[in-house]
Ligand binder design. Structure first.
Ligand code: PLP
Length: 375
């Protein structure tokens, strides 16, 4: 029997890469500044430059980047409480809203797994504090221009959860305006955990903003409210570790290659599989980073089982929808027609930088076999 085709490989299997990581760690051992050391400054400078944001504040993880950003928004707009977000996605987005003392309100999604414009508009009211867009699966939806216009029209800020989408961009909206992950709205929130395109070897996150007040709040808050050696307000310990920043800097020099590899796998899948399932087709004027490669098929559960029997891992992400999970059941939603349909038909196929050509071919052959022999 062939060895298992894994959904994702986290072990470091490349010897040269392992040496680069060890070297980076060793440099931290030499200076000993494990907390807010020079690698943190370097990472923040690099991320600001790449996303063209004035400020980058690294934090302990992506969830904290959302919570702190939402607390900053709450301070800025004290009379508003509701945050609209897509109903399909990882629960961290909704949990962060609750932890910031705000109210999540769930909108439907488009076929690109992005928050839908029409249902977002229907949910807006006098208490709406913000619209949280989530660049889910590593993609910015082509309705982003409409959403930005909507936010400008109602004067409601966008909070971008770009946890999954470092390196993604989209200018395929009708107006050809260029949007890139980390640069949309008042504040953007990045996760730097090992599953992500820009990864650490533990936990990490970053807040990206052009707003000086949001930035200084975030900097203080992550360090117990400390500024200039004085405790200025309430805060918490939410600093990213220097060791994780040193690993992330190594990975920052490689993320574009990783995205290119994933995009070439996705292109191959699309050519082979689009006659059987709905594939996440990349538009000419966007860069989808394929954090996950989600196909849509009514045969989802049977296909997953079929692949499992042939030693191919696949994943169902994320079922049930956020507003259907126990703690969020009483939250307000729009109609969720598309989200319900998609969450029961979506399956993620392996799409990572360590997949071999043989494995990619085996995956497509087996999916084809499933559909050819189905009846
Ligand atoms: C869309 C989204 N938002 C937020 C997060 C939270 O990030 P972290 O796990 O670093 O806290 C994740 C993590 O997977 C995510 O996928």
């Amino acid at each position: 029997m062939k060895s298992k085709i894994r959904y994702k490989i986290l072990e470091i299997i490349d010897d040269n890469l392992r040496k680069e990581y060890l070297n980076a760690i060793n440099n931290v051992y030499k200076h000993g500044r494990f907390i807010l050391g020079p690698e943190i400054d370097e990472l923040e400078e690099n991320l600001s430059e790449i996303t063209k944001r004035k400020h980058c504040i690294t934090v302990s993880n992506g969830t904290m980047s959302l919570i702190i950003s939402l607390l900053a928004m709450k301070k800025k707009y004290p009379n508003k409480r509701e945050v609209i977000l897509p109903s399909y996605g990882w629960i961290a987005s909704a949990q962060a809203i609750i932890q910031a003392g705000l109210i999540p309100v769930f909108a439907d999604i488009t076929n690109q797994l992005f928050i839908d414009t029409k249902t977002t508009k229907e949910l807006i009211n006098d208490s709406t504090l913000g619209i949280m867009i989530v660049d889910f699966s590593g993609r910015i939806g082509s309705n982003i221009y409409e959403l930005v216009k909507l936010s400008e029209h109602y004067n409601i800020p966008i909070i971008e959860d770009c946890a999954q989408a470092f390196g993604a961009w989209n200018s395929s909206n009708n107006n050809k305006v260029f949007y890139s992950a980390g640069s949309i709205g008042e504040v953007s929130c990045l996760s730097i955990n090992p599953m992500k395109t820009l990864a650490s070897h533990g936990e990490g996150g970053a807040i990206l903003t052009d707003d000086d007040i949001v930035a200084s709040f975030a900097r203080r808050f992550r360090y117990q409210g400390m500024e200039g050696g004085e405790i200025k307000e309430f805060g918490i310990n939410a600093r990213m570790e220097t060791l994780q920043a040193s690993i992330t800097l190594v990975n920052l020099s490689k993320y574009e290659q990783i995205i290119d590899k994933k995009r070439s796998i996705a292109k191959f899948y699309d050519e082979k599989l689009s006659k059987y399932v709905e594939t996440p087709k990349e538009d000419k004027l966007e860069q989808h980073t394929f954090f996950s490669y989600q196909i849509l098929t009514k045969e989802r559960d049977n296909l997953k089982f079929f692949l499992e029997e042939r030693n191919i891992e696949s994943q169902i992400q994320h079922y049930p929808l956020m507003p259907h999970s126990k703690p969020f059941k009483n939250c307000k939603t729009s109609t969720l027609f598309n989200a319900i349909e998609i969450s029961s038909s979506s399956l993620c196929l392996p799409c990572h930088e360590n997949l071999s050509q043989d494995e990619i071919i085996t995956i497509t052959n087996e999916v084809e076999n499933f559909f050819k022999n189905k009846d």
